[in-house]
Design a protein around this ligand. Structure first.
Ligand code: SF4
Ligand code: SF4
Length: 494
């Protein structure tokens, strides 16, 4: 890992060295099709913009280009570097937040969208650790989202990459399609084929991407789907719409069941329309903005007439996108108001529970847990105190910190599928830090992190039980004791 205390700027034109061009040395960013506002939302797409940019060979067209103002906010101090997982792995300036911001500036200055430039953007996990670390408040999140949308619309990827991405986006944002995989996957696991395939390494040789998916697949358990409406226990304090999620509902239905029980115990009536679809997080985080807008409209439409007070989400990646619906649909006159109203109701489960305050009795859980901040909860939503407050509110539960908590575990949506080797390195690093806590249970709030860390712990030969925050609260409220959580849901396969 590079030195953590070196504030010296690194060069922007070579991979290593010293000295960053000062801001005034960078060419003034130029935006084809007109200057955007600070959120990069000034101009609507026009065929003329796109054609003009394509003909001139510049990286970005006038449809939501990354904001030149936001680029200029970066003072090249380098405080973000050591929290950036790709910089930590490779020590390459262009794979740091500062380097990527410089590349965006070059694109705004008229440089073409080269394969190399796109490669550095693609390497970004979107973990937003740099946003937390930046003392200047640079909105890298906005910059990379606008950049990715331009890349997806304007850059021609290689055949294999295109095919892999097409397969991913034809499957993952569709809960019904994912649920169809449950039967075959359960049979594959229960017949011992998964162990056999992993031991022989045959899948790794023949189809590395499938091998990655296989290594991530959690052990599936049969859990009935929640009913469309669950009444509050005791006095009703709120009506809550709930996102069941795509990966969450297909592979972690027990997290949804625990969430519903906890909400009901805390006096919430829970609305769970079975017709709900994807929230669009995966599409939004990967530059597929139109697809994300379509998913967002459908989800708002499903919930807006339910009369809910809050919309609760138990998956960090989904929550961060739901909180951006207002901006995602800001230039759609029909949907902008609805999206803003919807966003105002969105809460992570831990946020809502802290906001409401506990009424259900907590029973002791004499055990130690390590709490892992999912990047899209901690960095993207700033929700760190609430899950810890909830865990600390359980009698006899000891919460232990994890070293390098700010560094991503390497999951990052589908980044670990698209980049299996560096993702495994980051996963192993996280697994070592988790195992070093000596805790009996790892707790986090994102299905991607659960799968990624479980796979890494197995690779490292360690054993630790894993749970969502909802599982722990549910076990405490129902007085189930530590054994209900320590039955390792994902035992070693060897
Ligand atoms: S979002 Fe994460 S991976 Fe991307 S530049 Fe920021 S810290 Fe690095
Ligand atoms: S993004 Fe922020 S922390 Fe990173 S170099 Fe720029 S100003 Fe410094």
């Amino acid at each position: 890992m590079p030195e953590t205390t070196d504030p010296e700027p690194l060069p922007l034109d070579t991979p290593r060295g010293t000295g960053t061009p000062p801001a005034e040395a960078l060419p003034a960013p130029r935006v084809p099709g007109g200057a955007p506002d600070r959120l990069g939302t000034a101009s609507a797409a026009s065929t003329t913009d796109v054609l003009r940019a394509a003909e001139s060979g510049t990286a970005f067209d006038g449809h939501h280009p990354p904001s030149a103002d936001l680029v200029s906010d970066c003072v090249h101090c380098g405080f973000c570097l050591t929290t950036c997982p790709t910089y930590v792995l490779w020590g390459e300036e262009m794979d740091s937040p500062r380097g990527r911001i410089h590349l965006i500036g070059q694109g705004l200055s008229g440089e073409p969208l080269s394969d190399s430039m796109v490669g550095h953007f693609d390497n970004c996990l979107g973990c937003m650790a740099c946003v937390t670390a930046c003392p200047s408040g640079v909105r890298y999140d906005r910059l990379i989202e606008d950049t990715r949308a331009q890349v997806e619309r304007r850059h021609q990827r290689g055949t294999r990459d295109r095919a892999l991405r097409a397969a991913i986006f034809a499957l993952f944002p569709y809960p019904k399609r994912l649920r169809l995989l449950r039967g075959p996957l359960r049979a594959y696991q229960s017949l011992g084929l998964q162990r056999l395939v992993e031991r022989t390494g045959i899948l790794q040789r023949l189809a590395p991407t499938l091998a990655t998916l296989d290594s991530l697949a959690p052990r599936l358990r049969g859990v009935p789907r929640p009913p469309a409406r669950v009444r509050a226990r005791g006095e009703r304090r709120a009506v809550v719409g709930m996102l069941t999620g795509c990966v969450q509902s297909a592979f972690f239905p027990d997290v949804n069941s625990a969430t519903v029980r906890v909400l009901a115990a805390e006096g919430c009536e829970v609305l769970i329309p079975p017709s709900q679809g994807c929230c669009g997080a995966l599409s939004m985080h990967n530059g597929r903005r139109e697809e994300a807008r379509r998913f967002a409209r459908q989800l708002i439409d499903t919930f807006e007439r339910t009369g809910m007070d809050y919309f609760v989400v138990n998956a960090a990646g989904c929550g961060s996108s739901l909180k951006e619906y207002g901006e995602l649909l800001a230039d759609d006159p029909e949907w902008a108001g609805k999206a803003a109203a919807f966003t105002a109701k969105v809460r992570d489960l831990s946020e809502l529970l802290v906001e409401l305050g506990p009424v259900a009795r907590r029973h002791p859980l004499p055990m130690s847990v390590a709490y892992h901040d999912a990047c899209h909860l901690g960095h993207a939503q700033g929700v760190r105190a609430q899950p810890r407050a909830l865990l600390n509110g359980i009698p006899e539960l000891e919460v232990r910190p994890i070293a390098e908590a700010e560094i991503c575990c390497g999951s990052a949506g589908v980044w670990n599928v698209l980049n299996p080797e560096p993702a495994a390195e980051l996963g192993d690093r996280k697994a070592d830090a988790v195992l070093a806590t000596g805790a009996e249970l790892l707790v986090t709030a994102n299905p991607g992190c659960l799968m990624q860390v479980a796979a890494a712990v197995r690779r490292r030969g360690g054993v630790i039980a894993l749970a969502h925050t909802a599982h722990v609260l549910d076990a405490s409220i129902r007085n189930l004791g530590p054994s209900s959580l320590l039955t390792c849901p994902d035992p070693p396969r060897r």
